[in-house]
Design a binder for this molecule. Sequence first.
Ligand code: PMP
Length: 330
Amino acid sequence: MEYAEHIVDLVGNTPLVKLNALADGLKPLVLAKVEYVNPGGSVKDRIALRMVEAAERSGELKPGGTIVEPTSGNTGVGLAMVAQRKGYKCVFVCPDKVSEDKRNVLKAYGAEVVVCPTAVAPEHPESYYNVSDRLVGEIEGAWKPNQYANPENPASHYHSTGPELWRQTDGRITHFVAGVGTGGTISGTGRYLKEVSDGKVKVVGADPEGSVYSGGSGRPYLVEGVGEDFWPETYDRSVADEIIPISDADSFHVTRRLAREEGLLVGGSCGMAVAAALKLAERGTEDDVIVVLLPDSGRGYLTKVFNDSWMASYGFLPPDSTGATVGDVL
Ligand code: PMP
């Protein structure tokens, strides 16, 4: 018989798949690391597991404790799944702009979700940063993973994503491309690949136009999960050789092409990362093996990136192109 003891044991060891249609005519081999096959559906399962286990070892998280984190998305799912395995409670704090669907996913895993107003400044007592800090003080046995400052976030990638890529490519990877949010993925994976290859692997970040990593001020953009308006502690500035800024329009068009032309239903930050990988591949050679990491699935974005009306409302599609949308009966 072949089975895992628990779903959490299946985190990591995600597959690599070649991009065919999108990389057609380009000289390098372009491979995608498909993180949506993690059991919680995203790359964030990796950091959730490692942050929780480190907090158990250090004594910060005790049996029966409560995990409190301001998150609305993938990190919350990963933490909720790990918490279920280990008997912790979860309280997630998210702004009210987060869709009800996303909140319901967290509740479905048994987490409590506290909703805060989006339209208040970070220093306001009702802001979701402040509410989560207050809850950590009020709830007995509370622990806040703080993915933006927790060294176990990049460490999880140093110990899992990086070695997996080296093994899967038989040491032939020449470039690693990833979007940058907390910076954990690029910093940890990139550092491992540089060390193991004596600096030969080039590390390239993809960033939404307007975010700090590519020289912006934090101007708003629509791609979710990547880009910042501050420099998190989890981002190691010495790792990336280059940061490529990508527009929302390019990110979303490539995201839609990934579903239609590669059979990969993935989120908007995946399209952004692939757009950067393709720009890199345009200047590459036959000897290059470019790996791009795809953080999550497209299921959470059906009413946005994959909805023609939504795309047209932001000018990403011409207004007269709105044909069938999600929900239409064809
Ligand atoms: N894409 C998505 C959808 C994410 O949720 C995240 C995490 N914020 C990232 C990309 C970026 O990963 P990291 O935080 O490791 O930089």
